[in-house]
Design a protein around this ligand. Structure first.
Ligand SMILES: Cc1cc2nc3c(=O)[nH]c(=O)nc-3n(C[C@H](O)[C@H](O)[C@H](O)COP(=O)(O)OP(=O)(O)OC[C@H]3O[C@@H](n4cnc5c(N)ncnc54)[C@H](O)[C@@H]3O)c2cc1C
Length: 489
């Protein structure tokens, strides 16, 4: 019997898992995919928003501002990249300049520090490549960027180090409320019991809530398409550059990434299918057209890949964190669309407090001795100088072999990623942990080698290695062993 089961290993579930893993209780983190960060936390703008644009007093505003204050220290503790770039919202006409004043006022009400409106000269000084027709901008010095999937991975590693059980490929499909107040949680192939449930299932948290009898929520998937530019374009902008927001969201932005690329996007349109993360020609044309308004010299030839993410949109347009109306030992977390990443550290703390304040009989809520709060920084060969590389290779020769040439990722780092707590089990898992396959060639050279290493380490046949779990097998059979088939067979 688990004391707590957290459903969904996105950034919210993982950071909550990390917070709760310090207590002397038994916790499971259930994830339907083959890895953590396979939902919205995998594909977003990666911005730690300052918090000026959410309605004052809303959960979005409160948790965003708190989360943004917590994020730098959290990223330090978890050895996750973080960079305080600051952000700019551009205005191209008088009515947009008026809108900037409204954003400034709401930011002040939300408690965002350091906001100011800057004119053309200052804007040009901060961002020399910006359209000369921009009249001014709202400047937020506290906005930052991070890596959402590394944050999710690192938080889960800490939780697992503290004894939490990470159950991948556990899609919660059925719930039975037991007479003692606990629950039986069933996937297709497994069943566990838990006393307390935290529903952090992102896009599907309405469906999980319904399994517990809470049937009044409806989440709509709102798609955002992006493209990623090569590192050669990495100095196009220094800040996160927004345009004025619309009722569908924050609009098309251009932002540096913590790894030195540039992200451009997203679009915003509602779709029926919550699993549809395809990208479209129309989407990239729309992004290009809108983004060129901010940055006229944006060159689509620098694009190395496109991707999309799905916002978990609720009609009430705010985050919901509440005890189930049917069961006091269930917390539903819904509508965690943007700024959910920025808010996540504060949401996790709040959820920890909700657990502590609940009347659930959760056993020993004392704090473990010597629990891990921090994660040791993984080896990043490409950030080391030659002397550091020499010393590393002296200790372990596996770091002498480069597997991904674009990002200079070594064999040793890939082994580390697989052996880490809740480590990589597929090619994309290795990619998110090490950056092997994230570069210009997008895995064209290293993909097959990564698959071989996974097969060796996990004792799998190469045909069993997948790109992202499920049926995403990369190789189907060994052609050399195949019987030749003649036209007469
Ligand atoms: C286009 C876009 C841009 C964004 N940009 C930003 C930004 O710049 N800054 C910001 O602060 N926020 C941003 N966001 C929002 C942010 O990405 C999300 O708020 C955050 O990632 C939500 O995390 P989560 O853990 O709630 O959900 P998710 O990451 O979706 O995690 C939910 C998990 O639950 C699992 N799950 C679902 N059903 C089940 C089941 N039945 N059983 C077991 N597991 C299940 C899923 O597989 C998934 O892993 C953006 C979002 C989008 C889509």
């Amino acid at each position: 019997m688990y004391d707590i089961a957290i459903v969904g290993a996105g950034v919210v579930g993982a950071l909550t898992a990390r917070e709760l893993s310090k207590y002397n209780i038994k916790i499971a983190l259930l994830e339907k995919a083959n890895d953590v960060a396979m939902g919205t936390s995998k594909a977003n703008s990666a911005i730690v928003h300052a918090g000026y644009d959410s309605k004052p007093g809303s959960n979005k505003a409160i948790f965003n501002v708190q989360g943004s204050k917590m994020m730098q220290e959290l990223c330090q503790d978890l050895s996750v990249p973080y960079k305080k770039t600051g952000s700019l919202v551009l205005a191209f006409n008088d009515s947009q300049m008026t809108h900037l004043t409204k954003l400034l006022m709401s930011g002040n009400k939300n408690g965002v520090p350091g906001l100011c409106i800057i004119g053309q000269d200052k804007l040009r000084e901060l961002e020399p490549n910006i359209n000369i027709n921009a009249l001014g901008a709202l400047y937020s010095p506290t906005a930052a960027i991070t890596c959402p999937y590394e944050l999710t991975i690192a938080a889960t590693e800490v939780a697992v180090t503290n004894g939490l059980e990470f159950k991948r490929n556990f899609r919660l499909e059925e719930v039975e409320a037991l007479p003692d107040g606990s629950f039986e949680l069933k996937s297709e192939s497994e069943s566990i019991k838990a006393k307390f449930i935290i529903n952090c299932a992102g896009l599907y948290s309405d469906e999980i809530a319904a399994l517990f009898g809470d049937k009044n929520y409806k989440i709509t998937a709102r798609k955002g398409e992006y493209f990623l530019l090569d590192k050669t374009a990495g100095n196009l902008v220094n800040h996160v550059v927004f345009q004025c927001p619309t009722k569908m969201g924050k609009g098309v932005l251009i932002t540096p990434t913590v790894h030195g690329n540039i992200i451009v996007g997203p679009t915003a349109y509602d779709i029926e299918d919550k699993s549809n993360v395809s990208t479209t020609l129309e989407g990239s044309a729309e992004i290009m057209r809108k983004a060129r308004r901010s940055l006229p010299n944006l060159n689509q030839r620098e694009m190395i890949t496109s991707f999309s993410g799905l916002r978990a949109h609720l009609e009430s347009d705010d985050f919901i964190l509440e005890y189930s109306s049917k069961h006091p030992n269930v917390i539903n977390v819904l509508g965690i669309e943007s700024p959910g990443l920025a808010a996540a550290p504060a949401l996790a703390k709040h959820l920890e407090n909700m657990v502590l304040q609940s009347k659930a009989n959760l056993g020993d809520l004392s704090i473990k001795e010597n629990y891990a709060r921090k994660r040791k920084a993984p080896v990043r060969f490409n950030t080391l100088d030659n002397e550091q590389r020499r010393k590393l290779i002296e200790k372990n020769k596996l770091y002498a072999q480069i597997v991904c040439r674009c990002e200079s990722v070594t064999y040793g780092e890939i082994i580390d990623a697989i052996r880490a707590p809740a480590g990589a089990r597929d090619v994309d898992g290795v990619k998110r942990r090490t950056r092997a396959g994230m570069g210009r060639c997008q895995g064209g050279f290293c993909g097959s080698k990564v698959a071989e290493i996974l097969a060796d380490e996990l004792n799998l046949d190469i045909t069993e290695v997948t790109k992202f779990g499920g049926e995403s097998n990369i190789l189907l059979n060994k052609t050399k062993k195949q019987k030749s088939v003649s036209a007469c067979d």
